[in-house]
Design a binder for this molecule. Structure first.
Ligand SMILES: [Zn+2]
Length: 229
């Protein structure tokens, strides 16, 4: 490249908007080799969210490959501040999900909401090859969101209580009963393992963009990050 050409390019560069510069820069930098398990959550439309995930053979649970998926799932779970996340959502269609509901999560709800929605705490739980049995077929309808349908929420009916059987990250089996919000999280994650997302079950008229009012306040100039970092 000749110097005068470079000067011309620099002059043009000054008049480029930040967005254009970013696009220009992205073309210069080759994309990193991004492989599963991802450090981000895949979005609706990705065919993997429509596949039935494979069970994990008992003798493979403690192998480095499966433990890598579990550890990566924990990293993404924490990064996105999830209450539930399936391996499918980080690009690995195997039957594993994480769930947790801690005091920090609970602060997003008033005491009245916590009572009405039957919100109880649950420490971080790794669930492998889950099986559920519905104990109470009463359906409760509350708003639900999903990291794979970023930015939206809708009312979704879910069964009131269930029994969850599965294996922990060491391959040890467990069986617990859950109700209310925790039963909802489990049904949501089980659905992911079966290629179902909440938009298949929601009351369509309640489907809402979580920042519709902010979009109006900012004249449409709002960007939605698909990764917290
Ligand atoms: Zn989800």
């Amino acid at each position: 490249m000749k110097l005068n050409t470079l000067n011309t390019n620099l002059n043009q560069f000054r008049y480029l908007s930040f967005k254009k510069v970013r696009t220009w820069y992205a073309k210069l930098v080759p994309p990193r080799s991004i492989k599963e398990p991802y450090r981000h959550v895949i979005q609706i439309g990705d065919p993997r969210l429509r596949t039935v995930s494979e069970g994990v053979p008992l003798n493979l649970i403690t192998t480095p490959e499966i433990q890598l998926v579990i550890n990566q799932l924990k990293v993404v779970f924490k990064k996105y501040k999830c209450v539930g996340l399936s391996a499918t959502q980080i690009g690995v269609p195997i039957r594993i999900f994480l769930m947790e509901f801690n005091e920090k999560h609970a602060t997003a709800y008033s005491e009245q909401e916590r009572n009405v929605m039957d919100i109880k705490p649950c420490p971080l739980k790794v669930v492998i090859n889950p099986e559920i049995k519905i104990l109470d077929y009463t359906k409760l309808v509350f708003p639900e969101a999903c990291e794979s349908v970023k930015g939206f929420y809708a009312d979704v009916p879910r069964y009131r209580s269930l029994n969850l059987k599965g294996l922990d990250e060491n391959g040890k089996s467990f069986s617990h009963d859950f109700s209310g919000w925790l039963a909802r999280i489990i049904q949501h994650e089980m659905d992911h393992l079966n290629g179902i997302t909440y938009i298949d079950l929601m009351d369509r008229k309640t489907f809402t963009c979580g920042c519709w009012n902010v979009i109006n306040e900012h004249g449409g100039k709002v960007e939605l990050p698909y990764s917290p970092d």
